[in-house]
Design a protein around this ligand. Structure first.
Ligand code: ZN
Length: 117
């Protein structure tokens, strides 16, 4: 896998982890001050790590990532059986074949794609 794709996947994972920390049902039952301090610290640590990773991205990739973020929860999606799992449109075979060696995006939805065999 292309190193930039690996970074994108790590960033996405951290963002989803962040969302899970704030959205998870049941977490709001832990209404102690101590918990809120820990949660805030955890979110800050995640944000810091995401920023670090973001700085390692090439400028055009970073720009695309930032453009997609407000609307898309998942900016990096797998291609399985030649189909983008962001929008379920077929990806041309030639692009599927080179998807893991270069950083590619789906022409239809603009998400970054990686290929699962
Ligand atoms: Zn797509």
């Amino acid at each position: 896998m292309h190193p930039q794709l690996t970074i994108l996947l790590e960033m996405q994972d951290l963002r989803l982890q962040r969302a899970a920390l704030t959205d998870e049902p049941g977490l709001d039952r832990l209404e102690t001050d101590e918990f809120h301090v820990e949660l805030r610290a955890a979110l800050e640590a995640l944000d810091e790590k995401i920023r670090e990773l973001q700085e390692q991205l090439d400028a055009p990739i970073r720009a695309r990532w930032e453009r997609g973020l407000p609307h898309l929860r998942r900016m990096v999606v797998p291609v399985i059986g030649g189909v983008c799992y962001g929008c379920f449109m077929a990806i041309p075979t030639s692009r599927v074949e080179s998807a893991n060696e270069t950083v590619q995006t789906c022409e239809n939805c603009g998400r970054f794609i990686y290929v699962l065999p």
